[in-house]
Design a protein around this ligand. Sequence first.
Ligand code: SAM
Length: 284
Amino acid sequence: MEFWYTEEHTDDVRFSLRVKEHLFSGESEFQKLDILDTHEYGKLMTLDGLVMVTEKDEFVYHDMIVHISMAVNPNVENVLVIGGGDGGTVRELMKYPSIKHVDMVEIDKLVVDASRKYFPAVSCEVDNPRVTVLYEDGIKFIQGKERVYDLILIDSTDPIGPGEGLFTTDFYNNCYKALTEDGILINQNETPVYEKFFEVGISSNKKLKKMFPIVHVYQANIPTYPGGYWLFNFASKKFHPTQDLKESDWNQLGIKTKYYNTDLHKGCFALPNYVKEKIENGAL
Ligand code: SAM
């Protein structure tokens, strides 16, 4: 008897993985969490049935949410990660000795606990002394913070459930205030392949452009996310993502990455016309 996990990307598109074993199922006050062991992608974590992280392709997302900004501003000391309960974003941040402290504000302790147990290679730095994990709502946590963080990474779920408020103007405004004068904000910004996701991405990008002087979109291929093609926003008060890339400085750090490199850094901001036009127009 074959067992398959299926995620419905749209009413007409489904993504399925053949499953060896259903390892865990739990429910917090925020969401349902499942851990499945799949043939192709290894262990898979889903939240409310949606893919969050897989052993096989998590490196793409975690490299790309962290290293782009760190190769632009080498003076990042204080970082805020909102969401990121699987620990992959913090793992990549800890590769930088220059980072003094990371606040990881994750609303759901169940995600951190499950990742510690089932994804030890992803959550391996969550207990690093330079990391403070706060089990709070990022929307409330950011309110009232002024010029505290050099970098804010919004490693959230899609704008549903607890993640909904992480895509609003108010929230982005509060992030802007919480950033130092050369601060950078990165958020995962959905896929352009399907309209319902691209609408969210365009709206988020438009809101950030109202606040930040420099906002650019970059891309990565993440096979287990809808469309296999994922966007990120780079929103910055001072630095340009490619003109201010410190290529030789970053390469001299000797940081080991499985996806990111400085050539790819320059290329990932070169968007296809169908994406570029809609992002620039601010409409589908
Ligand atoms: N890489 C994944 C993606 O792109 O879908 C996201 C990974 S991570 C598991 C997303 C995390 O955001 C979840 O652990 C979820 O609990 C957390 N989250 C959602 N809304 C939140 C909020 N308002 N404050 C803090 N964390 C939140």
